[in-house]
Design a protein around this ligand. Structure first.
Ligand code: GDD
Ligand code: MN
Length: 380
């Protein structure tokens, strides 16, 4: 089968799904009968999943490619983007590897996209005919519903035609999305795609089934990552930086006021408050604001040294100026400190964006860490 002939690339992200691979491929084979399809498995597993994929590839009439990543950059979302990059079809259908997404819907999604001339076809649990029966437990239902309502409220225009931005089952017209605009992180790649680009969306209902085998990888951490993702999509990096700066400023003033209330000299109080805030600031920036730039920047120790050195210097200078203001004017210490922190904020953002998280040309870019097996079938 030559490159031009592929109509549909089926992208399946996998993390320890060894016991699901054979069943998944068998059901896809039956579902795409008559379509020129390929399967691209993007795998970050530590189990036997790659061997199971190779076994299927050797047997299946469908071309099956395995991209096994040594570094799981961007997690599930990063895997999906890697699969979309490798897609040769006009359409890519993204689906989970645990059979919670019925493969029988693949041709329906593609046909709907063609006939409606859409960019994205979302398989939705929240329209007539859809259901999320396979979501385990009342808590997950509540979290899923809450996240869906919140997300649609935050992106009322981009998600106007999408009732299920949390779904991991959808088809995209490959030529309609510019993958370089995406910042994949966490579990919700469809939201990332729809929020970054204006696209025409149509939906098809589906029933979210029980997992075939193995267990879910969703956890509390994914919940926080999701919140950080919608904040980044809605407000951008500067706002995340500002929010964390504001938390730091409040903490700084709170610590200073508390220490002063216990009779600590204001300068000593300011120094203690500064040390706590600087360390906390670095941890939060790494986790929530510059997480997507960490891999391409220099090492964590260099970032830590640069961030702490800058903030330490800024604090020392600021505290010196604070001393001058308080000793030579009648401005209260807390007010002077608040004004100085505001000025420092702007300089700090520029420094962190341009220096601390600047892409490092001496480290190799993330994609080279992955290894792409050739198509493993004789039909290629
Ligand atoms: N390559 C890769 N890397 N795959 C991953 C990773 C990862 O770090 N984490 C999870 N996966 C794969 C799993 O192997 C599975 O095929 C798919 O992504 C979904 O992961 P699950 O662990 O089954 O998650 P879930 O069922 O709780 O969540 C799913 O349900 C949501 C709907 O509520 C996800 O598919 C979401 O995309 C979906 O919207
Ligand atoms: Mn699942």
């Amino acid at each position: 089968m030559t490159t031009q002939q592929i109509e549909v690339s089926i992208v399946v992200p996998t993390y320890n799904e060894a016991d699901n691979v054979a069943e998944l491929v068998a059901r896809i084979e039956a579902a795409v009968e008559g379509l020129a399809a390929e399967i691209i498995v993007v795998d970050d597993s530590s189990d036997e999943t790659p061997a199971a994929v190779r076994r299927e590839a050797a047997r299946s009439p469908l071309p099956i490619r395995l991209i096994h990543r040594d570094v799981a950059t961007g997690g599930l979302s990063g895997a999906v983007v890697a699969g979309l990059e490798a897609s040769r079809g006009r359409w890519s259908v993204v689906m989970d590897g645990d059979l919670q997404h019925p493969p029988e819907l693949i041709p329906v999604l593609v046909a709907s996209g063609e006939s409606e001339n859409a960019d994205v076809v979302v398989a939705s649990r929240h329209i007539a005919g859809g259901a999320d029966a396979g979501l385990s437990g009342a808590l997950r239902h509540l979290v899923s519903t809450g996240a869906t309502v919140l997300t649609r409220a935050m992106f009322p225009i981009k998600l106007r035609d999408c009732t299920d931005p949390m779904t991991g089952f959808f088809a995209v017209r490959r030529s309609s999305v510019d993958l370089s605009t995406l910042r994949p992180h966490g579990f919700k790649i469809l939201l990332e795609i729809l929020a970054r680009t204006p696209l025409t969306v149509v939906e098809e209902p589906f029933v979210f089934a029980e997992r075939h085998a193995g267990e879910s990888k969703a956890d509390l951490r994914q919940g926080f990552t999701f919140l950080a993702q919608i904040a980044a999509l809605r407000f951008g990096r500067l706002s995340g930086f500002a929010a964390i700066g504001a938390v730091g400023a409040v903490a700084n003033l709170g610590i200073m006021a508390a220490l002063q209330a216990f009779g600590v000299w204001y300068l000593a109080a300011a120094i203690v408050a500064a040390v706590v805030t600087i360390l906390g600031n670095f941890v939060l920036l790494e986790r929530f604001v510059f997480h997507d730039l960490r891999d391409g920047a220099h090492s964590v120790w260099k970032r830590f040294a640069q961030s702490v050195a800058f903030n330490g210097t800024e604090t020392a200078v600021r505290t010196g100026v604070l001393f001058l203001i308080v000793e030579s004017t009648s401005v209260p210490g807390i007010l002077a400190q608040a004004l100085l922190i505001a000025v420092g904020f702007v300089i700090r953002f520029v420094y962190h964006s341009r220096v601390v998280y600047k892409p490092d040309r001496t480290t190799s870019p993330a994609p080279s860490a992955s290894r792409v097996d050739g198509t493993l079938t004789a039909t290629d």
